[in-house]
Design a protein around this ligand. Structure first.
Ligand code: UGY
Ligand code: MN
Length: 265
């Protein structure tokens, strides 16, 4: 019997809540569950709860966080910092303005890339709250390559691709794959039930992973972790990793990956 099968009494901690969690923070990965991530409020965001999921204090070279924006909430005033931002709307709808561009409306599955040093403002639609997963990363310049320009789009308008040739896999590369102006990728990864990658991967790139749909088992370093919607994983450099979907329907996750740059010594 799972402790959640027992009746919960209002105002009383549920049996099994003490010290039991699927959450793990290892040397080179972290498996993070939303119920354990406490709220922050930030001066730059009004009527917005922020939950930090990955940060340099964990070992990550980027920051990933969930914004929970109330209908009247959003950026207190336009934000302009010397960092890149990426936003993906998980639920609800927001308006985003980047630089001098006219505001664009994004619904669930919509995303935006904000280049370094470019201002942006985001406001939740008045009808319902929005949840937006965000990445913040310092831009790694490369000789002779200009920084990328802004992108605003909905993933639903993009074709599904599959460069692996494996049945049941699907990809949407939200940032242009192979475009060396970008120093990171944000990919939607689709898996039909039972379809995994062919081998345990070990690579220098880091990941931030948010489970969007379905469920499965995630292999991290040398242990398996059951994962479902809203669970988050930070995978550090060279963390052995593999995913095996276990649900009856497709599994989908959003994956951050730093790419296209040499190792700095
Ligand atoms: O592209 C990747 O590195 C991807 N296959 N990794 C992952 O899903 N953990
Ligand atoms: Mn990988």
């Amino acid at each position: 019997m799972h402790p959640t099968d027992l009746p919960a009494q209002p105002g009383v901690v549920r049996p099994g809540a003490i010290g039991h969690s699927r959450a793990v923070v290892g040397r080179n990965f972290a498996f993070i569950l939303p119920e354990g991530v406490l709220n922050s409020r930030l001066p730059a965001w009004s009527s917005t709860t922020v939950r930090f999921l990955a940060a340099p204090s964990l070992g990550a070279a980027f920051v990933q966080f969930m914004l929970e924006i109330e209908p009247s909430g959003g950026t207190a005033q336009p934000i302009r910092v010397d960092l890149q931002h990426f936003f993906y709307v998980v639920t609800g709808a927001v308006d985003i303005s980047i630089g001098t561009e006219a505001p664009a409306s994004l619904t669930a599955g919509g995303f935006a890339y904000v280049p370094p040093g470019t201002s942006f403002a985001m406001h939740c639609h008045l009808t319902a709250p929005a949840r937006v997963i965000a990445v913040k990363k310092r831009y790694e310049m490369a000789d002779g390559i200009a920084a990328p320009t802004a992108i605003v789009a909905q993933h639903q308008a993009m074709p599904m691709t599959n460069h692996t040739g494996l049945q049941g896999r699907g990809f949407k590369h939200l940032l242009p794959m192979g475009d060396l102006r970008f120093d990171f990728e944000m990919n939607l990864m689709f898996f039909q039930p039972g379809v995994c990658f062919p081998a345990v991967e070990i690579h220098i790139m880091e990941h931030g992973l948010l489970m969007l749909e379905g469920q499965g088992l995630y292999y991290l370093c040398n242990s398996w972790h059951e994962i479902w919607v809203d669970n988050f994983i930070w995978m550090g450099s060279f963390c052995p990793q593999q995913f095996y979907p276990t649900g009856a329907s497709q599994a989908v996750y959003l994956l951050y990956k730093n790419v296209n740059r040499d190792v700095v010594l």
